[in-house]
Design a protein around this ligand. Structure first.
Ligand SMILES: Cc1ncc(COP(=O)(O)O)c(C=O)c1O
Length: 329
């Protein structure tokens, strides 16, 4: 397998203070710009780490095909790294995945299989289950399995968790993040709590995800599943990479909150980001409003707004989904 030069470009992303959002003197919101990674998302970190571990363990060899289910960003990272290494890859994505994300994955030479986002979480049609089923078909297929592998949170613990602590010189009061696989929040929170157990961890969860109802102790948490537009955040079932034990509070946001914040970030801060970044910053601001300075709230911007030019940044789409009023705001 060829040397993966692009691996050197992953991580060490900038941390920025979102100055125009500070709600009160001394209460600051900082965000780690993960869209600066080579494929425009945080997922390059986990795939570089997980593929390296797979090679070291002897599971990934020259003739291996990488197989994964992804809301789109992990797919791009798998496809990019497979292309660098001369491997094949097959990615299963839900049909709510933006056209840009599918085109990016295909551009790296991967095969893309689109599955219905509405498929029940136990069905073979659900994109994660479809990937797992495909991987069982052939001994040369390797299932990355970001939703259930502990290597996913470990990658965040080993990379971005350390970076966030160093970027902020350890001065962090609250860390806020959405969860889908849960790798980001679980891995970063573990690192931050190890360094300072007083840091509060807040899960920002889209309405329609089952994570907040589960965290709140609702027995019928699965019945809270409904569709929503923000991609990459929330989940319709529990997965093993998500550690609820490390979360102190969960906050809900809706599409309007998240997408409204995305548009505001582009106009006010010059940052073009995806919907989950909007959800993260919206939730961080809700927490900031309750705090007195000095206080530092940290979050992540998981992916680039360039992946949503046909959706969030397209007035026609905004009108179609009932968010046309956000255009003029
Ligand atoms: C855009 C975006 N934001 C947030 C997340 C959530 O990250 P994690 O899977 O680590 O919980 C994802 C993951 O799919 C994503 O693609």
């Amino acid at each position: 397998m060829s040397k993966i030069e692009v691996l050197n470009l992953i991580g060490n992303t900038p941390m920025v203070h979102l100055k125009t959002l500070d709600p009160k003197p001394g209460v600051e919101i900082h965000a780690k710009l993960e869209f600066m990674n080579p494929t425009g998302s945080i997922k390059d970190r986990i795939i570089a780490y997980m593929v390296q571990k797979g090679i070291e363990a002897g599971y990934i060899k020259k003739d291996t095909t990488l197989v994964e289910g992804s809301s789109g960003n992990t797919g791009a990272s798998v496809a990019m790294i497979a292309s660098c290494m001369g491997l094949k890859s097959i990615l299963f994505v839900p049909d709510k995945c933006s056209d840009e994300k599918v085109a990016i994955i295909r551009s790296y030479g991967a095969e893309v299989v689109v599955k219905p986002a509405s498929a029940p979480s136990t069905s073979d049609e659900e994109y994660g289950n479809a990937a797992a089923k495909k991987a069982r078909e052939n001994a040369s297929f390797y299932h990355i399995n970001q939703y259930n592998s502990q290597l996913n949170p470990e990658a965040h613990y080993m990379t971005i968790g350390k970076e966030i602590w160093n970027d902020m010189d350890g001065k962090i009061d609250v860390f806020v993040a959405t969860a889908s696989t849960g790798g980001t929040i679980s891995g970063i929170a573990r690192r931050l709590k190890e360094n300072n157990p007083k840091i509060k961890i807040v899960l920002a969860d889209p309405e329609g995800s089952v994570y907040k109802p589960y965290f709140d102790g609702k027995e019928d948490y699965l019945s809270y599943k409904k569709s929503f537009k923000v991609e990459g955040a929330g989940k319709g079932a529990l997965v093993e990479a998500m550690n609820f034990g490390i979360v102190d509070e969960a906050i809900s946001f809706n599409d309007e909150n998240a997408i409204g914040m995305v548009l505001r970030l582009a106009r006010q801060e010059g940052l073009m980001v995806g919907g989950s970044s909007g959800g993260n910053v919206w939730a961080a601001l809700e927490i900031a409003k309750r705090m007195e300075g000095p206080a530092k709230i940290v979050t992540v911007m998981p992916d680039s707004g360039f992946k949503y030019l046909s959706k969030i940044f397209n007035p026609t789409w905004l009108k179609e989904v009932g968010l046309g009023h956000l255009i003029a705001e």
